[in-house]
Write a protein that binds this ligand. Structure first.
Ligand SMILES: NC(=O)c1ccc[n+]([C@@H]2O[C@H](COP(=O)([O-])OP(=O)(O)OC[C@H]3O[C@@H](n4cnc5c(N)ncnc54)[C@H](O)[C@@H]3O)[C@@H](O)[C@H]2O)c1
Length: 344
């Protein structure tokens, strides 16, 4: 079986649209995982992969996570995601050309998928895509959009960490030892909120120029670092078959998508007594910001209330008590994807 065949046969989503642009040597994938709750939305990831099937694998996994995220937030949208698998990150005119072609690709789906920023794409890129496509969230404020999702994501993760510490350690953040892995647009803001709240802050990044706050920890020492909270804010798969036994933290709670390399690791974390904040619950702040302001008519104040609600939602999942909080979150998603099944 080819890699493409294997990936698509193992996926439970609705459809994937694929386009190859020969002169740009770029694969475009749009994953439409579920339209049960409405037309799909999700970020567009621009990335160099060693093979196109890695990009496809990413779009399948990430679009499924978007379905769960929208359901958990109770936002009437389905899960989608796009991947632009490029030979190198484009700049200047080549970037504009790529984004324009991507805009026409999205438009051809007639609203089934709307894009937003993700890894290596920003609100400025959304402005460019919008020149050929009406289905774009999070353009700049000058172009009538709600701008970057990162501040809202960071604020939601902060509330989630605060709630997780209250639940597992019965204390506030003062003096709590927190390691933020990845000081990018979300991690750096999260670190500043944690610092303001009096946490004992440790930070790590493969780019040393980003270590502007807290005590640096070498990237290779992150998973074995003794701390109260490990906050993965870099890449997915940080909790894997190797790192799971190295962990010396009480809580894993951060912004990265798909932190568990395989879902069964949720049970291993639970058995080890490590509290895991399901990633698609704690990192939903960006979705609440984009969808809330642009399609649900919320005010900034209502968005702030919903971001604080991420902490309350995690506490409710933790209190569910039946195994890992991931199972409680999955049960909630299942109920919301089958509305006829009873109370939500
Ligand atoms: N931006 C959002 O609104 C949002 C929303 C939901 C989820 N996320 C997820 O949160 C994570 C962070 O997002 P971001 O927008 O801050 O990304 P970003 O690209 O701005 O930052 C990522 C940072 O991680 C660093 N990094 C990469 N590999 C590392 C490693 N092995 N060890 C330490 N540092 C490493 C990079 O140098 C960079 O500074 C991503 O996984 C993203 O998918 C982001």
């Amino acid at each position: 079986m080819s890699a493409f065949e294997q990936l698509l046969k193992g996926w439970d989503g609705e459809q994937v649209a694929v386009r190859y642009e020969p002169d740009l040597d770029t694969w475009m994938f749009i994953g439409v995982h579920s339209t049960v709750r409405g037309p799909t939305g999700g970020g567009t990831r621009l990335r160099v992969y060693s093979a196109p099937e890695e990009g496809l694998a990413d779009v399948l996994k990430l679009s499924a996570a978007m379905t769960r995220k929208f359901a958990v937030c109770d936002v009437p949208r389905g899960g989608g995601k796009a991947v632009l698998a490029v030979p190198e990150l484009p700049t200047g005119e080549a970037r504009t050309e790529l984004l324009h072609r991507f805009g026409t690709f999205i438009t051809s789906l007639g609203g089934l998928y709307s894009c937003a920023p993700d890894m290596n794409t920003s609100e400025y890129d959304m402005d460019v895509i919008a020149e050929t496509c009406p289905y774009v969230f999070c353009k700049t404020a000058e172009k009538g959009g709600s701008g970057s999702t990162s501040p809202a994501t960071a604020k939601g993760v902060f509330h989630g960490i605060e709630a997780s510490v209250r639940f597992a350690l019965d204390r506030d953040l003062t003096g709590v030892r927190v390691l933020v892995q990845g000081m990018g647009s979300v991690g750096a803001l999260l670190a500043s909120y944690l610092d303001e709240a009096g946490a004992d802050l440790y930070v790590s990044d493969v780019d040393a120029s980003r270590l502007t706050l807290g005590t640096p920890v070498a990237p290779e020492d992150v998973t074995g670092f003794a701390c109260d909270v490990l906050a993965p804010c870099a890449v997915g798969g940080v909790i894997n078959a190797v790192s799971i036994d190295q962990l010396r933290c009480r809580i894993v709670a951060g912004a990265a998508n798909n932190q568990l390399a395989v879902p069964s690791l949720a049970d291993r974390l639970h058995e080890r007594g490590i509290l895991f904040a399901p990633d698609y619950v704690i990192n939903a702040g960006g979705v609440l910001h984009g969808a809330g302001l642009e399609s649900l008519g919320w005010s900034e104040q209502q968005v702030d209330e919903r971001l604080r609600g991420i902490g309350d939602q995690l506490l409710a999942l933790y209190a569910d008590g039946d195994g890992s909080p991931v199972h409680a979150a999955d049960r909630l998603v299942e109920r919301r994807l089958t509305p006829s099944a009873g109370p939500r």
